[in-house]
Design a protein around this ligand. Structure first.
Ligand SMILES: [Fe+2]
Length: 240
């Protein structure tokens, strides 16, 4: 798929022939990692989780999860995955919402387990395009569900359950409302990459839907850029 999407003559129709089906409207299912890699990565995540190293949490919705940059995974893993694989696909799939200029990301893993978080309620992401990969381990139930874009009233929305097999990723627009149904048993790890396009969010903050007023920040950047020629990413929208 990536090889094809990188050709100058590639078209959306041609790429769709390789992807085959839409899991939900404009939600695409892709093979991402090998099973062995998923196992190894979960091993690393659990080792880090059990360590005494100080840890941040991915976002306010997940109580159990790991920021991938805290394991040093950005430069050698998530950045090349975004630049050389995901952006190539999203250029064709999501050119209308920043898919061709994804220039930063926030990568994290979330964990669902009995007596911990079981699922995730309906929400949208702080991203232009999201990749969500099911890593394992063993679990039952816990499919994802997708509704409509954030702008569509809930009363007009029909949700669609989407099967999410281990090693596969679901690629979707960040503003496409979604959630995770409860698992019934076992433990599930998902790897999430929120990909951001400064060219889009500098015009309209995807959280507060206003033109952002940017302030410098010491914390994680949210993918805005203060000066496009000097991509200082440590800026946040002060409106959110
Ligand atoms: Fe999400």
């Amino acid at each position: 798929m990536v090889k094809y999407a990188g050709l100058s003559e590639a078209t959306m129709e041609g790429l769709m022939k390789l992807i085959q089906t839409e899991a939900a409207p404009r939600v695409y299912r892709l093979p991402v990692f090998k099973k062995e890699f998923c196992k190894d990565l979960i091993g690393d995540l659990e080792h880090f989780e059990q360590s005494k190293a100080p840890k941040g949490r991915p976002n306010t919705m997940n109580n159990y999860g790991i920021l991938l940059n805290e394991l040093g995974f950005d430069e050698s893993f998530i950045t090349p995955l975004r630049e050389h694989y995901l952006c190539t696909l999203s250029t064709l799939l999501y050119s209308d919402c920043g898919g061709s200029c994804l220039d930063s990301h926030k990568g994290f893993a979330v964990k669902y387990a009995m007596r911990e978080d079981l699922g995730l309620s309906y929400h949208y992401d702080n991203a232009e395009v999201t990749l969500n990969v099911s890593m394992g381990k063993e679990f039952t139930e816990g499919n994802l569900f997708f509704g409509d874009m954030r702008q569509v009233p809930l009363s007009e929305t029909e949700c669609m359950e989407v099967e999410h097999l281990v090693t596969e990723g679901l690629l979707h627009r960040g503003q496409h409302m979604h959630g995770a149904l409860h698992i019934f048993s076992g433990t599930r790890w998902n790897l999430i990459i929120w990909m951001r396009a400064s060219c889009e969010r500098n015009k309209l903050c995807p959280l507060c839907c206003k033109r952002p007023t940017l302030v410098e920040s010491d914390g994680y950047s949210d993918g805005f850029t203060m000066d496009p020629d000097n991509s200082t990413r440590k800026v946040l929208c002060s409106l959110t």
